[in-house]
Design a protein around this ligand. Structure first.
Ligand code: NAP
Length: 454
């Protein structure tokens, strides 16, 4: 893939980048290792001072960086600013909590003293996607740097300006030279980095194909990995729910980030008693969304990221219809410059068809009618993915059952899924393994050292 910024709103390539050579990459890895020898010895206070500075830079430059995000991947400018500000919150969170998350934990064992200690492990490679091009990186980098690890970023090839900007933020914040570096390389060059003896761990957010490849190389290299992959989250609505709220939040959940979010509610599983009412309001609400220039504050939905994504989403809709699904609205490419797609709603997707099991990584909702919560959970779990889930009900027994029985990394009750630095984030099944954020996010790349003093 070419490393370049292509504006999805116009299709115009605005900047091209020369990839780093193997020699340049080796120099950066050596620098990362050298920076690790420094950062691991810094106090938590010293790391936190730099991390708070990074947070302040992100807050102060939210508009400038937000504009680059919008230019490179097409999300609305207002949501891009929101993303950058959220990164500042995430950076502050780890500045405030890293020391407590990594504090020694005494364990009585009969020794004079025995305890669990958390130590950094070295340079970590982060392979990241374009959809939340700043947040995905900061949610890895903030805990990594606060733990005393160093970061090497291989960002998606279409967001190089975002990648270089983040590197610059951590440099300006005062971290040791080389503590956080961007590698401008293609996916095909990732293996070479993973096989480098000074690289100690990897985290990947992206597709199953990329995750499987990175995980198998890391398996051979005996390296820890965290994988954050795709999702097809169920959004279950029961009769006792506030239907209007479930509709309005459901429309946001499915169409946020121009429909390109891993934790979007994608399968709307609605009880038969309220199905028709939900469907009518849901479709009307989707038809009222404003599609257009992502820089315009009135826009709800901007373009998809690129031409191939536009083609793929359109083909997924057509294939679902061919297999027997009904297209209730939208689901078509909008003519003209830019990669615009009319948000769609499908129903009656036959079990066993491709669309039933695939993730649709674009603004297309799938509606399903069920007769009971048991049926809703069974349908929700009938997916290769298990990232997150959302249940809408005011019955306590239904809430308990959903929390216990839905197979997913998270269940949100009467709200949509959202990542929060205070809460662990990650999936099961083909959505990946390991957790980011919260205590788990910083401990993921730590040596949990057993200490026993006779
Ligand atoms: P992708 O193609 O897998 O790209 C993600 C990253 O992996 C990019 O940096 C890409 O580089 C790199 N890459 C691609 N193939 C690779 C390979 N064989 N070896 C090493 N690196 C490789 O993912 P995408 O299609 O852009 O992103 C959408 C997917 O990400 C969706 O499935 C979505 O659900 C998932 N996602 C998951 C989460 C989560 O937290 N669970 C969050 C966001 C997105 P290039 O750009 O150079 O190809």
């Amino acid at each position: 893939m070419l490393i370049q910024s292509e504006n999805p709103a116009t299709g115009e390539v605005v900047k091209r980048f020369t990839p780093h050579t193997d020699e340049q990459v080796d120099t950066k890895i050596a620098k990362s290792h050298a920076a690790y020898q420094i950062l691991r010895k810094w106090s938590f206070e010293a790391r936190a001072t730099c991390m708070r500075r990074a947070a302040n830079i992100l807050r102060a430059e939210a508009e400038a960086l937000g504009a680059i995000v919008t230019l490179e991947m097409g999300k609305t400018f207002k949501s891009a600013i929101g993303e950058v500000k959220k990164c500042a919150v995430g950076a502050d969170f780890y500045a405030d909590t890293a020391q407590a998350h990594m504090a020694d934990e005494v364990i009585e064992s009969g020794a004079t003293k025995s305890y669990r200690a958390y130590h950094p492990i070295g340079p970590v490679l982060a392979v990241m996607p374009w959809n939340y091009p700043i947040w995905q990186v900061v949610r890895f980098a903030a805990p990594a740097l606060m733990a005393g690890n160093t970061g090497l970023l291989k960002h998606a090839s279409n967001v190089p300006q975002c990648a270089l900007y983040i590197e610059d933020v951590f440099n300006r914040a005062g971290f040791p030279d080389g503590a956080f570096q961007t590698l401008l390389i293609a996916g095909s060059k990732v293996e070479r980095v993973l096989r480098h003896e000074q690289v100690r761990a990897a985290t990947l957010t992206g597709s199953e194909a990329a995750g499987g490849s990175v995980a198998s190389i890391c398996g051979q290299e005996i390296m820890p990995t965290v994988l954050e992959l795709g999702g097809s989250d169920p959004f279950i609505v029961m009769p006792s729910a506030d239907i209007d709220k479930a509709v309005s939040v459901g429309v946001i959940a499915r169409n946020q980030n121009n429909g390109q979010s891993c934790i979007a509610g994608k399968r709307f599983i609605v009880h038969a008693d309220i199905y028709d009412a939900f469907k009518a309001k849901f479709v009307a609400n989707i038809e009222s969304l404003t599609i257009g220039d992502p820089a315009d504050p009135k826009t709800d939905i901007g373009p998809l990221v690129n031409q191939s994504s536009l083609k793929e989403i359109s083909e997924q809709v057509q294939s679902a219809v061919k297999d027997g699904a009904t297209l209730l609205t939208g689901g078509t490419i909008i003519d003209g410059p830019g990669y615009y797609f009319k948000p769609g709603v499908l129903e009656n997707i036959p079990k066993g068809s491709k669309a039933f099991h695939e993730e649709i990584f674009g603004p297309v909702a799938a509606l399903y009618k069920v007769g009971s919560l048991d049926e809703a959970i069974e349908l929700g779990n009938d997916s290769p993915f298990g990232l997150s889930s959302s249940i809408w009900t005011n019955e306590a027994t239904e809430i308990d059952q959903a929390i216990r029985e839905i197979e997913a990394g998270a269940t949100f009750v009467n709200s949509m899924t959202a990542s929060d630095p205070r809460l662990p984030f990650g999936g099961i099944k083909r959505s990946g393994y390991g957790r980011e954020l919260s205590a788990e996010g910083i401990r993921a790349f730590c040596n949990v050292k057993t200490v026993s003093i006779a």
